[in-house]
Write a protein that binds this ligand. Structure first.
Ligand code: 5AD
Ligand code: SF4
Length: 484
């Protein structure tokens, strides 16, 4: 499953791809997970070749694209509201504007979108972006256009994404697409299709290009990165049918991560998202072995109750998850672990909820992303189970979980007091233009006085103070990762 992107970036229109001679203007905005933001960069790259430069002004756009998320009902409602806004702009200022819907909602609703939302001219699912030139031609000729075909091998490995709205330091690189896990609450298998992996060489080339352009940190991205498996192409589930040679030369996630760490020793690596049942011990050893692989694992658990985990079709019990956490802590001392949790899944009792709270205490999560259950049409839970936890209970349980996470986060930040951490400077601190802001290996935001350092520098910072989410300190010099 996919981690969602920082809320503040949700819906921001992407800047600024300029190619000389391009005359048409594209406004593209993204909602949902990092994969969607990454896909929008692929889309912008494709459209640059079709004569489009990006704009941040809706009013002057020839084409408006919205990359959508279906994960919860609220995510879909947000997009519906944006469509109302486009409608208003089209009516009052920009009558020639065309509107396309991309991503998970496009895949889920298909042609229903064209019927329900008159403003929409084009519906394009997550595996169909290479067809955009043809679809746009249809739209320009006045017809509605749709392509929502899911693919068994599309990974966009051959497209070099334009880095929209980038700070020039951190970048996402997609390595797998789709998900085979079929959690009963989740719409992703329906919207993103089956798991397939991208050729390692094209991943390495993309990272090389980022390195050449001065990027310092890459997050390897997939709905389920730990099940990365390259054996020459095709779906993960068809691996059994691969030839003996393909099997013998296959590359799994720990091998890919190690390749990245070795080939780019001064580039920092993160990855997201891990599924407990697919995370193998080898990956933990790679994290422990290489300084440039961050000590941070996003490990969604969803519930602390084995009974609920079973109803969710998660492939692990509470105890198995705890064993994995023990292993992480043993192999990578001090590793940060974050969670996703859903409260109020059908049939969840107070006892199940208490199990979730006690598991959180056991793991001592550093961060968390917590949600109330939202029934998604078409999922197994929607078809087979009644959404029977009263809204008030869901919200109270959610609040209890959020409060506990805050307490745990505060404890976990405090452990860095008086320690020296390695920080990659990303930007100016939001609160003070005299301070830089970056993250340490464990993914904790750290701020410190600027002195003569600059964004992109790796700096050792002595931590002198902290809040629940942020470390505050002073730079004591460059780290071993610094390239001069
Ligand atoms: N309702 C609430 N939260 C959900 N998630 C996924 N599907 C749902 C749903 N139907 C959460 C999970 C997942 C994260 C990306 O979103 O916690 O890990
Ligand atoms: Fe990402 Fe789609 Fe999942 Fe939303 S529903 S989090 S966009 S994969």
């Amino acid at each position: 499953m996919e981690k969602e992107i920082d809320e503040k970036r949700q819906g921001t229109s992407l800047v600024l791809q300029e190619k000389e001679g391009n005359t048409k203007k594209l406004f593209i905005e993204s909602y949902g997970c990092a994969m969607n933001f990454s896909d929008s960069e692929i889309v912008a790259s494709i459209l640059t070749e079709q004569g489009y430069n990006t704009t941040q002004k809706l009013e002057e756009a020839d084409l408006v694209l919205v990359n959508t998320c279906s994960i919860r009902d609220k995510a879909e409602q947000t997009v519906r509201k944006r469509l109302e806004k486009y409608n208003a702009v089209k009516r009052s200022i920009n009558p020639g504007m065309k509107v396309g819907v991309l991503g998970c909602m496009a895949e889920r609703l298909k042609s229903q979108f064209l019927e329900e939302e008159k403003i929409v001219d084009m519906v394009v699912g997550p595996d169909a972006y290479k067809d955009l030139p043809n679809l746009l031609k249809e739209v320009e000729e006045g017809r509605d256009a749709i392509n929502v075909i899911l693919s068994k091998d599309e990974t966009y490995g051959d497209i070099s994404p334009v880095r929209l709205q980038s700070n020039g330091i951190n970048a996402f690189v997609s390595i797998t697409r789709g998900c085979d896990n079929m959690c009963t609450f989740c719409v992703v298998p329906f919207t993103r299709g089956r798991e397939r992996s991208r050729e390692p060489q094209s991943i390495i080339e993309e990272i090389q290009d980022l390195w050449n352009r001065g990027f310092k940190e890459v997050c390897l991205l997939g709905q389920n990165v730990d099940s990365y498996l390259w054996y020459g192409g095709g779906l993960k589930k068809d691996f059994d049918k691969a030839s003996e040679i393909q099997k013998a030369t296959a590359v799994d996630f720990s091998q890919l991560l190690e390749m990245c760490a070795v080939q780019f020793p001064k580039m920092r690596f993160r990855f997201s998202t891990s599924n407990p049942q697919d995370m193998h011990e080898e990956v933990l050893h790679v994290i422990a072995k290489y300084h440039n692989v961050c000590n941070y694992i996003h490990l969604p658990v969803q519930s602390g109750s084995t009974r609920i985990l079973k109803e969710m079709n998660r492939q692990h019990t509470r105890e198995e998850y705890m064993e994995l956490v023990d292993k992480i802590k043993r192999i990578i001392p001090g590793c940060s672990i974050s969670q996703d949790i859903i409260t109020g899944f059908p049939t969840e009792t107070e006892e199940d909820h208490q199990d979730t709270l006690s598991l959180m205490e056991y793991v001592e999560y550093d961060f968390g992303y917590m949600f109330a259950y939202s029934e998604r049409p078409g999922t197994l839970a929607a078809r087979k189970m009644e959404d029977d936890v009263p809204e008030a209970d869901k919200m109270r349980r959610l609040q209890e979980i959020v409060d506990l996470q805050q307490k745990l986060s505060a404890q976990r930040t405090a452990r860095f007091l008086n320690q020296t951490v390695e920080v990659l400077i990303e930007k100016e601190s939001k609160k003070s233009d005299a301070h830089w802001s970056g993250r340490n290996s464990e993914n904790v935001v750290t701020v410190f006085p600027k002195e003569n350092y600059k964004p992109g520098d790796f700096v050792l910072v002595k931590v002198t103070d902290c809040t629940t989410a942020t470390l505050i300190g002073e730079a004591v010099g460059y780290s071993e990762m610094q390239v001069n």
